[in-house]
Design a protein around this ligand. Structure first.
Ligand code: GUN
Ligand code: FE
Length: 418
């Protein structure tokens, strides 16, 4: 149930890409899930509302994981010795094949949903597997968790083991349609079309997905790994580039998310920008799978829509704090190894990507500001032995680098404490 209430504490929010705004000992008013304002003194009209006092704790906006694979949570932190294609064939596809077994799916998805609920993500865009029944089960669990999520039953009809391969384009579309019908009742968990990536989907399947999408959002992978890109060239010789394989099927736009974009060409970047498509930057995964370093500084400075993802299990860590600090670290390597003029991300910029950058995919999400949906994390750093008196923003940076999700004391999604 959504209630109207007041939260008291120290608030930190992104104000712009390059600035944070802090409010020490302020009152935030939440009405019907939306922030009515942040005040030094509580205005008379709100004096009858319940006040939850978080004392010296730090309250930030919730974060949105723009790219994560639910079925891969079970093997997170394992199999980090291979690059993308071998990693998919050796570890990922065998693991995802297990979700045909609902008993296994229930056990594994229970563990995933619990972890996501306890994590720093308040919202997430999630890949499931090709299986309708297990995907329904995952969505049912997520719906009950109170998190706001988009989940995709994966489409794949080539270059994968029989246990995951849909018979042909038409049967993949039929499966997708019956999945969409089955999950229409969920409030917090909505569907997102999920062609895995071009190597897994024939041209006709891609085309048909574009035809049935209507207003549905879309998520997939793009230009993650050099061998993958060469493979796409040989699979789709008539396509102008990798992004074009999606563009031709009408799958780009401001409701579409492309994970990685490590090696996009200037033409592909222009296409992503023109269509306002989203990039999900997944730094830890790019490191673990030796994929490469994405030009995030360029994307940010050129106003592309970009946010952060954990990409479990390419990434081993479900914490968005880790995604923030890994994005900073990778941008430093980019500056040192690729382009010395590409200034590394600051903490403020990377925090922006995890909150506003990713959150904007869901609308007015990612800031603590009047009119924004109240998604928030209450952070407790009282067990950190801060020897020097720290500013609120310094405390946040230290939490991100050091405590990560262990700092979470309470979590609000859509104006509800979960
Ligand atoms: N490309 C296609 N499938 C996957 C996947 O599961 N993980 C990652 N990181 N890249 C992919
Ligand atoms: Fe991925």
């Amino acid at each position: 149930m959504k209630a109207n209430f007041v939260v008291k504490g120290n608030f930190i929010t992104s104000e712009s890409k390059i600035s944070l705004k802090t409010y020490k000992d302020h009152y935030l008013v939440c009405e019907d899930g939306v922030i009515s304002g942040i005040f030094k003194a509580l205005p008379e009209q709100y004096k009858n509302l319940d006040i939850i006092d978080y004392e010296d704790k730090i309250i930030i906006s919730g974060m949105t994981d723009l790219h994560i694979h639910a079925p891969q949570y079970a093997f997170r932190g394992l199999g980090m010795d291979l690059e993308l294609i071998d990693w998919l064939n050796t570890y990922t596809f065998p693991e995802e094949s297990k979700y045909n077994d609902l008993e296994y799916a229930e056990k594994a998805y229970t563990s995933f949903v619990k972890a996501l609920k306890n994590s720093s993500s308040t919202r997430a865009c999630i890949f499931a597997t090709v299986h309708n029944k297990a995907t329904y089960m995952l969505m049912d669990m997520l719906n009950k968790s109170g998190l706001i999520t988009l989940v995709g039953k994966v489409n794949m009809n080539r270059n994968c083991p029989d246990s995951l391969c849909e018979k042909d384009a038409q049967s993949s579309i039929d499966n997708t349609k019956s999945w969409l019908e089955s999950i229409s009742k969920f409030e917090n968990c909505k569907p997102i079309l999920t062609p895995r990536f071009t190597p897994s989907c024939t041209d006709d399947l891609m085309q048909m997905l574009g035809e049935i999408r209507n207003d549905l959002p879309v998520q997939t992978h793009l230009s993650e790994n050099l061998s993958e890109i060469e493979w796409v060239k040989s699979l789709c010789p008539e396509a102008e580039n990798y992004a074009d394989t999606y563009y031709k099927a009408n799958l780009l736009g401001n409701k579409s998310i492309f994970a990685h974009c490590v090696y996009c060409t200037p033409k592909e970047i222009e296409l992503l920008k023109q269509t306002q498509s989203y990039i999900a930057h997944c730094p830890q995964s790019n490191m673990n799978l030796a994929s490469g370093i994405a030009p995030v500084r360029y994307y940010l400075d050129n106003d592309l829509n970009i946010g952060l993802g954990t990409d479990i299990a390419g990434g081993a860590n479900i914490s968005m704090f880790r995604a923030i600090t890994d994005a900073i670290g990778m941008s430093k390597l980019y500056m040192r190894l690729v382009d010395e003029n590409a200034k590394p991300l600051s903490f403020v910029e990377s925090f922006y990507l995890a909150t506003v950058g990713s959150g904007s995919f869901f609308g007015k999400v990612g800031k603590l500001e009047k009119g924004y949906i109240f998604d928030a994390l209450v952070l407790d750093d009282s067990n950190l032995d801060n020897i020097n008196e720290l500013k609120l923003t310094d405390r946040l940076e230290r939490i991100a680098y050091y405590l990560e999700d262990r700092a979470i004391y309470a979590k609000y999604v859509n104006g509800i404490k979960i």
